[in-house]
Design a protein around this ligand. Structure first.
Ligand SMILES: C[S@@+](CC[C@H](N)C(=O)[O-])C[C@H]1O[C@@H](n2cnc3c(N)ncnc32)[C@H](O)[C@@H]1O
Length: 392
């Protein structure tokens, strides 16, 4: 493909990404993967170039762009090499007309940029939310040790006790060490959220929003397979991915429970007041993960944020009932918004006289409210809010 044809293809894919974000449909990654699968004429260099163009254009636009072409014109304003490719050549984008306008830049749609600003994220902190994420691994201590594991390429250690860092795009999923369950792909922030649970061998730990089990597996490893990890979620398909992963990781103390939305406690009733620790890795806006999913900011609106804030509050109250006296509750969101983080946790503490905040000591992050916040800018991790409270 010519460079101009790659730009035109990226424009057409951006149209699909924008439409999908508006309809809350498939993410950009999936849209690209589907297109590459059904357009085999695009070689690996074309695919890489198209992918880079699509994601660079997404990052370059703040609000949802009018069209893929407007998004590419915005990228052309910040990357001079693209402008001459609007040359009207065969398969290339047509020449720019005088009346054409580029999409607006910025970090996010205005309302969201304001929410971030009142949460202390603006300027360089906001820009870093759209940087590129490294590839972080967690060495699974059920099968290997960070100090001795041999990997095909050299990796840096991270601030997480079992963490390693590689350049993004390293094909770790093809490595034998991955297939053997010695390593898991997990962002450093996510690993530190598991550290905050301080799960001990022999304990009963509930991971209320376990999803595909990224954190569940880390909890099980921390417990050396001793005790119980109960992994629950309302999403059957996510939860169904957990047990095959647990098998690969050699994690044998995990049980799963599918929850009924609105009646979550029904499937957990036998554990009321019994858990040593309950982790609520709550559904959230994901504003901390834009480095990986930059178009996620186009999916969110005020109504959706309010819906998530309500669910988080409800899940905190459910989780509180599961904690035994003397036990602990850990609240985590991969969001940088106070409404989902410090503010949400303060509100929980003020309506829960049985619970008092616990100091959380982590090697990264800065205090925010009663918890700790990790940011892409300061910590080079996904953005996270992490807080812990103990039950009297
Ligand atoms: C941030 S994700 C969890 C990620 C997971 N803990 C991990 O580390 O891979 C939030 C999860 O909450 C789940 N969820 C949404 N509503 C829920 C509810 N009412 N009860 C339990 N889980 C819920 C979602 O299905 C999603 O898997």
């Amino acid at each position: 493909m010519t460079p101009a044809a790659r730009v035109q293809t990226a424009i057409e894919l951006l149209d699909k990404v924008i439409a999908s974000a508006r309809a809350k449909g498939a993410p950009a990654d999936r849209i690209l993967a589907d297109w590459f699968k059904s357009n085999r004429f695009a070689g690996s260099k074309d695919r890489r170039a198209i992918r880079d163009l699509v994601f660079a254009a997404i990052r370059a636009c703040g609000p949802v762009p009018e069209s893929g072409r407007a998004a590419m014109l915005r990228l052309a304003q910040v990357d001079g090499s693209i402008l001459p490719l609007f040359d009207g050549s065969n398969y290339g984008p047509k020449v720019i007309e005088e009346s054409e306008e580029a999409a607006a830049g910025g970090t996010a749609p205005d309302w969201l940029a304001k929410e971030l600003a009142v949460s202390g994220i603006e300027g360089v902190d906001a820009e870093a939310m759209l940087g590129r994420a490294p590839l972080d691994l967690r060495v699974n201590t059920l099968k290997a040790q960070r100090a001795t594991i041999q990997l095909p390429v050299a990796a840096e250690t991270t601030a997480a006790p079992n963490g390693l860092r590689l350049p993004s795009g390293t094909p770790v999923e093809q490595w034998e060490e991955f297939r053997e369950g010695k390593i898991e792909v997990q962002d450093t922030g996510s690993q530190l959220a598991c550290e905050a649970v301080a799960a001990q061998p022999g304990e009963t730990v509930i991971d209320v929003c376990a999803g595909g089990g990224g954190k569940t597996l880390a909890l099980s490893a921390a417990m050396d397979n001793l005790g119980r990890v109960i992994a629950s979620d309302t999403d059957r398909s996510r939860l169904s991915r957990l047990m095959p992963r647990a098998e690969r990781a050699g994690a044998t103390n995990i049980e799963t429970r599918l929850l009924d939305p609105g009646k979550e406690l029904d499937a957990l009733a036998d554990l009321e007041g019994k858990a040593d620790a309950v982790l609520v890795d709550a559904p959230c806006s994901g504003t901390g993960t834009w480095r990986r999913n930059p178009e996620a900011r186009w999916r969110l609106d005020e109504k959706e944020l309010a819906r998530l804030v309500d669910i988080q509050a409800r899940l905190l109250d459910i989780a509180a009932r599961l904690v035994r006296p003397g036990g602990r509750l850990v609240y985590v969101t991969c969001s940088l918004l106070d409404a989902e983080g410090a503010g949400q946790f303060d509100a929980f503490l003020s309506r829960s006289p049985d619970f008092a905040p616990h100091a959380t000591s982590l090697p990264l992050g800065a205090p925010r409210g009663q918890g700790i916040r990790l940011t892409p800018k300061a910590d080079d991790t996904d953005g996270f809010f992490i807080a812990c409270a103990g039950r009297a």
